[in-house]
Write a protein that binds this ligand. Structure first.
Ligand SMILES: [Zn+2]
Length: 329
């Protein structure tokens, strides 16, 4: 998500300005009570609905994106929109995002996001699928703030219920860091369940080896949202395994279909999922960090995940304690 894959804090004036804007937005929100709910993800393979529900058919054709480990359910057109999903391909235009081996993050984001949109429409005509951009053009872009505001505004103007901003990560300091990261609002249990389903699907098709769902109230694109939102880091462009997946069109197809299936199935299985309600305290105690600075946190989470699996890896206890730790530049 960061330009050049080099996470660093921006100047304090920018942070203060963004923080102020964040507080203004929060002040406009009608605060509700927090909700809690438990959802046990249902494996599509084990889900009897796939066999018995007359509204679904299971797909077993053999396009490149198909994988035996997921049963893809195709929903019949009920001529009723059950939810609007807004897909946001990160960066674009003059903002290329991360760059690795001359590959620009913005192009990967766009390619994969367009594929997710296509598969989601195919699998479920009852979901209204919107995008913030379908080409490289971002005429709204004047600076990062105008870009942030545009993407947030689209949630309202497109009347979206769910928002996914698709990115690719980078961490040049350590090319062994890999895996997928989902940033969500701490109290958004609906989105946590949904992204876990996406992560499970992607793991099932062998697209990523691990994923983390991270509560991160400092990420403006998520924390300033009024709907269920997640910023999805599909993998690390600086990691060989992830880079191969991210740049291979066949693998992109596989991932896009797995993501679309997770979104479609989740929405159909949870018709009464409550709207996201922004908690009143969410932004009051923290200073919003700039968009780019979360890369280091994502990298640390991925690193910890790997260290947990590899007892020989060196430990960095500080990283586990301080989500705002910045790597030395
Ligand atoms: Zn990005």
């Amino acid at each position: 998500m960061a330009k050049n894959g080099s996470p660093k804090l921006k100047n304090p004036k920018m942070i203060a300005a963004l923080y102020t804007i964040g507080l203004c937005v929060v002040s406009l929100v009608i605060y509700g009570t927090l909700f809690t709910r438990t959802y046990t993800p249902i494996s599509a393979k084990d889900d009897p609905v796939a066999e018995s529900d007359p509204n679904t058919t299971t797909s077993s054709n053999h396009s490149a994106a198909d994988d035996d480990s997921i049963t893809y359910k195709t929903y019949k057109d009920q001529h009723e929109t059950v939810a609007t999903v807004l897909l946001d391909a990160g960066h674009g235009g003059i903002d290329g995002g991360n760059v690795t081996n001359d590959v620009l993050e913005k192009d990967l984001n766009l390619s994969i996001t367009n594929k997710v949109a296509q598969y989601l429409k195919e699998l479920n005509p009852n979901i209204d699928v919107k995008v913030t951009r379908s080409t490289d053009e971002t005429p709204w872009f004047e600076d990062e703030l105008s870009d942030l505001n545009y993407r947030l505004e689209q949630q309202k103007t497109q009347n979206a219920d769910y928002f996914f901003s698709i990115h690719c990560n980078a961490f040049g300091e350590d090319p062994t860091v890999e895996g997928m990261v989902f940033f969500v609002n701490p109290t958004d249990t609906v989105m946590k369940d949904l992204v876990n389903k996406i992560g499970d699907n992607l793991t099932a098709v062998g697209w990523t080896q691990n994923y983390n769902v991270i509560d991160y109230e400092l990420l403006q694109l998520v924390s300033m949202s009024d709907i269920h939102s997640s910023l999805v880091e599909l993998g690390y462009m600086t990691n060989e395994f992830d880079f191969q997946k991210l740049t291979d069109p066949t693998e992109q197809d596989k991932a896009a279909k797995a993501i679309a299936a997770a979104i479609s199935d989740y929405i159909m299985e949870n018709p009464d999922a409550p709207d996201y309600v922004k908690p009143s305290e969410q932004n009051s105690e923290v200073s919003n960090a700039p968009h780019a600075s979360i890369d280091s946190y994502a990298a640390q989470q991925a690193q910890q995940s790997q260290q947990a699996a590899d007892p020989n890896a060196s430990q960095n206890p500080e990283a586990a304690q301080d989500p705002n730790t910045q790597p030395a530049q």
